[in-house]
Design a protein around this ligand. Structure first.
Ligand SMILES: C[S@@+](CC[C@H](N)C(=O)[O-])C[C@H]1O[C@@H](n2cnc3c(N)ncnc32)[C@H](O)[C@@H]1O
Length: 273
């Protein structure tokens, strides 16, 4: 079933989905070896000039990585910036990677995103392959907006599911007819979000991860739409910033070019939309 995460009638379904996924992440021993990994330098590289620019104006830049898993970002950025001026905080919903991440010499926090203390403030918030796992995207954006400094950067890298014919892995356990109907609905909803300036942020309450053995992204319960994100951030006064990723050549890279959402937004200088 597809639900809108801001629909009050969906609260009980969302809470039960959240409980099931929390148990999954806490107990799936292979998950972090399979789902998360290295080889993301091409996604990290476009951040470097932005950090350099911020360091010309500020003594310290604070960066938060959400859903960091076993993060390779600190090691990558250390090639360019020392620990005194670039402060990195790694976040994840659970503590399964604490031993890996604590060895990196950066701060790390384990909690739900809504529980990240609002006293913390960051200049850059990034996430790689996390937004599609966020059960309440409206709350996520609101919370990140609260802790992002004015003129700060907000980066999303994740699959998008508003492409005609691209079936989200989280619904691939359903009948073919249901899969196609969901795809059509997501494509239409993305167009509608543009027209009505109203984001919907669809979530599936009965994902494949709870129905069959694990396959990549079968736990990606948020059926991400680039239009939803763009409209929601536009309403808050965010502007798209340049984030050019080199994806290489070949069929695989061309498919990735279509299905990989890679969006960098800058918060307005006044901090209000
Ligand atoms: C596919 S892995 C990506 C990990 C890492 N960012 C990477 O690119 O290799 C998804 C990550 O999101 C985290 N995650 C899942 N649900 C989350 C939530 N609701 N809030 C924050 N993080 C979440 C998982 O614990 C996991 O580390």
């Amino acid at each position: 079933m597809l639900i809108r995460s801001d629909d009050p009638a969906a609260a009980a379904d969302l809470a039960s989905l959240e409980r099931a996924l929390t148990t999954f992440y806490a107990t799936a021993d292979d998950y972090y070896g399979i789902a998360a990994g290295s080889g993301k330098d091409h996604l990290f590289a476009p951040l470097v000039p932005y950090i350099e620019e911020m360091l010309r104006e500020n003594h310290i830049v604070r960066l938060l990585e959400i859903g960091a898993g076993k993060s390779h970002l600190p090691a990558y950025l250390r090639r360019y910036f020392g620990p005194d001026r670039l402060h990195i905080t790694l976040h994840d919903i659970n503590d399964r990677n604490t031993s890996h991440n604590s060895g990196l010499g950066v701060e790390h926090i384990n909690c739900k995103v809504e529980e990240i203390p609002e006293r913390l403030r960051f200049d850059i918030i990034v996430s790689f392959f996390v937004f599609e796992h966020i059960i309440r995207p409206f709350d996520y954006i609101r919370q990140m907006d609260n802790i992002l400094n004015p003129a700060g950067l907000f980066l999303f890298v994740c699959p998008r599911y508003d492409i005609p014919g691209y079936i989200p892995p989280a619904v691939r356990h359903l009948s073919l007819v249901s899969q196609l109907a969901i795809n059509a609905r997501l494509v239409a909803s993305a167009a509608l979000a543009h027209l009505t300036r109203k984001p919907r942020f669809w979530v599936t309450s009965d994902p494949a991860v709870l129905n069959r053995s694990w396959r990549r992204d079968c736990d990606a319960v948020h059926l991400v739409s680039g239009s939803d994100l763009h409209v929601a951030l536009g309403e808050r006064g965010y502007q798209r910033a340049h984030y050019r990723v080199r994806l290489g050549k070949g069929l695989g890279s061309n498919i990735l070019r279509i299905i990989l959402l890679r969006e960098l937004y800058r918060k307005s200088v006044s901090g209000v939309g």
